[in-house]
Design a protein around this ligand. Structure first.
Ligand code: GLU
Length: 485
């Protein structure tokens, strides 16, 4: 492998969403290039028009940009080996196939649908794996010329060796060998003159100077055919790096249907793009040391193909939550506030609250942004609650002690001119000292009274500061009233 001139590509089909497995492939291709000062190329493989989805290419662009995977050549920015959209390259493939016919590695096939169907049915009946039977493999030059002159429709097929084996080396899976008699004489050029996907993919990779082909392991079984094409052309074989599948669990793949497989689904749930990328880097690749949180710059330095594992990667939601929480903690408060605000606003409609303060309290207590609305749902309106909440074993509080505590707190809060986190904190701790009680004895009842909940982001002091003086006092009074019943 030369250190210079590494060229990798991400070749997504515009399906309308970005599967996390594909995003991981893109990331590895990007890191492979960038770790070697190489070039990362984006090629859109849109020849399968049936799968075409409006706006899908934009989803690819936006996802890669959000993820920080900037391409050096691509459809929108051009480059020396364009066009970078496969459908715009259609006219160039046939001559390559004809070159293979010339050299004896491909042939014209004039079999019509009915004949192929007959072969298929016969093969099925005899329990043979369906495969072209080679009927046109050995037509003479004259026969071919005759049929072409008679305008009989044809396809061009790859002439697979009938005996022996084909081997290739994959950086992740090692040496892979298949028996040639299992390989089908696959179609390279269809009757309409257009290439098949497999053919276009190989010709594109070569003509774009791709040195490292990084893709999902589902292409591993096609790789022998691809490899034979490179050999037939006499082209340099790229380094193959097939990435293991991303699984939901030991047996099921992560799939679109579960609503947990796409990058967009994860963002919608409140995962940060950078955290998703960091997590995906670790999903199937092991860094050398213990470090788990990496900036993109660090990943570029750290990444090496030898760290990619060939065993299936199981998507670990807990690990993703952990990585996401780490990213949230590391954000400057300003930025977290901006990101958290739409989530806060799902349940907090009050305009007179300091959302900065809410964000500050949430930042250390949020793993995924979608936890936010529920965490702050008590701010607009005190929920109905059971006074049993005041009973806390560890804090040694019960309904009577809580009533006493709230009665002591009420005048202190009422007397506060300046109602800030600091002043509330100071006043309540002064009261704790004056009464000679434990912190929890006082703070637990306050927290319950102002939130009506058992679990809250932040303690009583912070919640009072968020709610403001009037609302805090009203809620303490409500607590006193409930406990006095
Ligand atoms: N277009 C293929 C896909 O989206 C990628 C094939 C490849 O990387 O060779 O799965």
């Amino acid at each position: 492998m030369t250190m210079q001139g590494v060229r990798t590509r991400f070749a997504p089909s515009p399906t309308g969403y970005m599967h996390v497995g594909n995003l991981r492939t893109a990331l590895y291709a990007y890191l492979m290039a960038k770790s070697q000062n190489g070039t990362f190329i984006l090629r859109i493989e849109d020849t399968d028009q049936e799968r075409y989805v409006e706006g899908a290419v934009d989803i690819i662009y936006n996802t890669l940009k959000e993820a920080g995977l900037y391409w050096d050549e691509g459809p929108d920015i051009g480059g020396p080996v364009g066009p970078y959209v496969q459908s715009e390259r259609m006219s160039m493939f046939k001559k390559y196939a004809e070159q293979l016919v010339e050299s004896g590695h491909a042939y014209y096939c004039f079999c019509d649908k009915d004949r192929l169907e007959e072969v298929r049915v016969l093969q099925k009946a005899s329990g043979i794996a369906p495969k072209y039977d080679g009927h046109c493999r050995n037509l003479s030059k004259e026969e071919v010329a005759q049929k072409l002159a008679a305008n009989i429709p044809y396809v061009i097929r790859q002439k697979m060796p009938l005996e022996g084996t084909t081997s290739f080396h994959d950086e992740v899976y090692g040496l892979i060998t298949v028996d040639n008699d299992t390989l089908d004489d696959q179609i390279l050029i269809k009757a309409d003159g257009m290439p098949t996907y497999n053919f276009a993919n190989v010709v594109d990779d070569h003509t774009m100077g791709i040195t490292h082909v990084i893709r999902g392991s589902e292409y591993l079984s096609s790789a022998p055919k691809y490899n034979l094409l490179y050999e037939a052309f006499g082209w340099e074989i790229p380094t193959y790096i097939h990435c293991p599948p991303v699984m939901k669990n030991a047996t099921e793949k992560l799939s679109k249907r579960n609503g947990d497989a796409s990058y967009q689904d994860l963002v919608a749930k409140g995962y940060l793009p950078a955290a998703i990328v960091n997590y995906l880097a670790l999903l199937g690749w092991a860094p050398k040391g213990e470090q788990e949180i990496f900036t993109m710059e660090e990943l570029k330095k750290e990444f090496s193909v030898s760290g990619i594992s060939k065993s299936p990667s199981i998507f670990d939601n807990q690990k993703l939550d952990y990585v996401n929480a780490e990213y949230i903690r590391r954000l400057p408060l300003e930025q977290f506030h901006e990101i958290a605000l739409p989530w806060i606003r799902q349940t907090v409609k009050r305009e007179d609250v300091d959302t900065q303060l809410i964000a500050k309290v949430l930042q250390s207590r949020t793993e995924v942004l979608n936890q936010i609305p529920e965490q702050v749902d008590f701010i607009d309106r005190l929920p109905e609650y059971d006074t049993a909440l005041y009973v806390h074993k560890k804090m040694k509080t019960n309904e009577e002690t809580s009533l006493e505590a709230l009665k002591a707190v009420l005048p202190v809060l009422e007397g506060l001119e300046d109602f800030t986190e600091e002043s509330i904190h100071e006043a309540l701790f002064q009261l704790i000292a004056d009464l000679g009680v434990k912190n929890g004895y006082l703070l637990w009842p306050v927290r319950v009274a102002v939130s009506g909940k058992q679990f809250t982001p932040g303690g009583g002091v912070e919640i009072c500061a968020i709610l403001g003086k009037d609302e805090s006092i009203a809620r303490i009074r409500k607590g006193i009233a409930l406990l006095s019943k």
